[in-house]
Design a protein. Sequence first.
Lengths: 273, 307
Amino acid sequence: MGIDFQKYRLRKSMHTSLYQRVFIMTKNGAYQLFTSKWVLALIVLTYLVGFVTKLLSIVFGNSSIEADFFYDFYKDGQLWFVLMAAVAGSGIIANDLKHHTIVLYFIRIPKKAYLAGKTGIVGSVLSVPILLPGVLLFFVAVVSSTDPWNTLVNNLWIFGAIVIMGIFIILLLSTISLAISSLTSDKRYAGAGIFVIFMFSDIISEALRSFIENDRLAMVSVWNNVRVIGWRLFDMEIQYSFPWYESIVVLVAVFICSAVILYWMLFKKEVWI
Amino acid sequence: MNIVTADNLSKWYGEVIGLNQFNVVIEAGITGLVGPNGAGKTTLLRILTGLIHEDKGHVKVLGEPPWNNPLLNARIGYCPEHEMLYPWMTGIDFLVSMMKMHGFQKNESIKKAREALKIVGLNREDSQRKIKGYSKGMRQKVKVAQAFIHNPELLILDEPLAGTDPMGRKTLIELVKKMAAEGTHVIVSSHVLYEIEGLTDQVVLIDAGRALATGHIHEIRGLIDQHPHTVNIATNDARRLGKTLMEEEIVLTVTLMDESHVAVKTHQPDSFYQRMPDIVVNGGYEVYEMFSPDDNLEAVFRYLVKK
C-alpha cells in the first residue's frame, strides 16, 4: 500500500500523553511568568507585606496558633492577590490572541487541554503568593510552639482551612482571569478588567451600603463573599446578617459566568485571527 | 483517494459571503488553491483545519469532519497566512514547544526542530536568536517549519511564499515538492499565480466564494476552449509566416508583433500544434520559440472570471 493511501502514519515519536502535554504547557508557561520581572517583583512585595510580617510575629510574638491569624493573612493580602492575578493572568489567553498562536494550540491539542494548561499556568503562579506562604506560616507556627506534635494534631483543621481557602481564592482568581483574558487581545485591558471586577465591586458594595442599610448588599463585592467563606472555614463569627451559603451561591454564579465566557470564547467561537 | 470533499459548502460573515455553495474534491498530491484576495481561500482553509465552522453544506478532510476534531488535527500541518509566533521566544524554542504540544519528547523535539530549521534554511545562529529580531522572511521560515515538523499527512499552507526572498522561495518550493514525493498531501493557497505554477499543475480556481474550476491546468484549459487560445511564435520571417497562417481554417486571427514575432489565436490548439510542423517545413521557416501564454494560470484565471 502506497503511503498516500495509508489512513494513519506510523507515529513512533508520539510518546507523551495528553496529560503530559498539558503539564509541559503549564510548566513552560509558569516558567515564563516566573521569569517576568513584574511577576517576580509582585511576589517579593506580597511576601514582604504579608508573609514576612506574619512570620516575624510568629517567631518573636510568642503567641499560640489562632485561626483568625491565618484568616488575616488572606484578608490582608487580597489587594496583592488581585494585582498578581491582573499581572500574571491578564495575558494568559490575550497574548495567544494577540500573536495568533491560539491557532497553533488548537491544531495540536484539544481545546479542553488548552484550557487545562492555561488554568494550570495561572493556578501554579498564584499558588506561590497565596497558598504557599499560608502553609509555610502554619508549619513555622507549629515548629515554634512548645509542643509541636500536639499543636499540629490539635490545629490540623486550621491547616485544612488554610489549604481550602487558598485553593478557593486561586480558583476564583484563575477562572476570572482566564475569562477576562479570553475577551481581549490586549492584556492591559484584561488586567484592568480583572482589577476592576474585584476592587470596583468592593467599592460599589460599600457605596450602596452607605446609602441603603442592608447587609445583603455586601454580597455585591466578590471579596466580601470570599471573606464570608473564610469566616466559616476558620470558625469565626460571620459579620453579616445573611447566611454563609448565600455567599457560596454568589461565588458559584461568578464561577458559572466565567465558565460560560470561556466556553463561548474558546469552544463555540470561531478562531478569526 | 479524496483528501478533501466539500459539498455545497457555504459560509457567511453577516451579509458578506465567504464561501457560496462551494463544491470541490481534492485528490492526493499537491493542490494549488488560486484566487484573488477575498475570493474565499482562507475561509476554505480555516474550515478545513476546523478553526471555523461551515454554515451550510458538508466537508470532510482525510475522510473526517474537521470541526472540533483533535484526532484529525494531529494529522494536519497548518501554516496560516498571518504571523503567529511568540516574539520573545527563539526560533528553535518555539519549534520545540510546538513539537511538545504534538506529543513528542524533549530530545526528539530538539532534534526535529533543528532538522526542520535546516530544511527551511534558517542557520543555527539565527535559530537561537529571539523571533522579535527576525526579518519577515525568517519568520515565514519558522512558520512553515512548525507546519511540517511533525510529519503530517496533510499540509495546508496559506500564502506560504509571501514575504520570502527568491532563495527562500526556491527552498520552500523544493521542500513542498519533496514532501509531496514522500507521500504528504499539500494544499497551498496563493493569489500570485506563478507561485502555484512552480509547485503544481493541480489547481482549484476560486473566486467570490465559488470553485470556478478544478483539476489539471490543461484540463481546465480544455474547459475554456470556447475562448481563443493564443500561441506566440518567434521566427526569422514573422510577416510571411503570418500570411501563411491566415490561410489556415483553424486560425482565427494573426497579429504581427514585430518583424520576428507573431501571435496567433485559435479555437483548436491541439490541431494547430499538429499542423505547425508541416507549415514550418513546407514554408522553410526557422522557428526559434513557440509558446502559449494561455497555458499560464493567469490567463486561465482571467478567462474564467471573465475579467
